[in-house]
Design a binder for this molecule. Sequence first.
Ligand code: NAD
Length: 336
Amino acid sequence: MIDKDALVLVTGAGGFIGGHLVADLIERGFRRIRAVDRKPFEDWHQLFQGVDNRVRDLALKECCDDVCAGTNAIFNLAADMGGMGFIETHKAECMLSVLISTHMLTAARDAGTERFFYSSSACVYAADRQTEADVVPLAEHMAYPAMPEDGYGWEKLFSERMCRHFHEDYGLVTRVARYHNVYGPHGTYEGGREKAPAAICRKVIEAVQSGRNSIEIWGDGEQTRSFTYISECVLGTQMIMNSDIGEPLNLGSEELVTINQLVDIVEDIAGVRLKRVYNLDAPKGVRGRNSDNSLILEKLGWAPSVHLRDGMEQTYRWIHDRIAGVQPRVADRIAV
Ligand code: NAD
């Protein structure tokens, strides 16, 4: 277990998962937290007092050296990422996150950091394993032979591999989670980087508010996915970080739904039925993707279990309150 007095660094702390992770570390009693992101503070999803918050571009080696100095543990979440609409159209930009992974690993090694967590993705899995909606759940070994998601997935797989070799060659203790579609309050829901759960919530809310009563769905809606609620992602991240498991572990739900079923859930929460307009030219990603949790269950005796309906209820309410103007749309500042 990481000591409560350890200096813990979270990169990508201005983003969705990073913000929740900082909140969780504070709640667990960590006293020395450093939070870093490239974005100006006003764009951070959550910002906490009592934390060493810094704006730095971690694609630059000198910034990585600066923020890693003195750290005992690092959660490296910084990456250029978004939903399918973003990663299918920004492949080079996604691959440039390799600068962050490379400089952060070398800086952590040089700083003598004890533990390094890397947030990988289900996008590392080979495309030919995900061609059917009725998909065989993805077990960790299925990332090879490699044919990951173009751009973003290749970078994630390469960086996973670097973590492994930094351990073998330099003794840096590395831990890797493969996140599967994380969603929840404080996530991006507009602007082009949002993922399906938040995008569908926003579209349903806008359809109701405008009286349009129709919703655009990307693809035919029969593509399948599983979605992981943010609290489970954060808990699993801490468990994996504190474990003795050096190999990548899936961190995802096994509750498989079609996108049409996800829309059903959001319509139920909103109490509406909308006309569905299918945009077959929009980015769709793979046909089917689900997490196989056998390994995390075997190694940690735990796997995510929050039902999609319950998580979506929280997510919908949070997005609704921002769009309706009940709560401010900008960063939530929480005093600690
Ligand atoms: P996010 O986009 O909300 O957060 C990532 C943060 O990294 C952003 O705030 C961004 O400004 C920051 N960043 C990007 N480039 C940077 C740089 N050069 N220097 C400093 N900061 C930089 O994304 P998220 O959903 O919180 O994801 C966190 C991590 O988890 C990412 O590595 C992502 O690839 C991974 N992941 C997320 C999901 C998901 O469903 N959200 C799924 C799989 C993997």
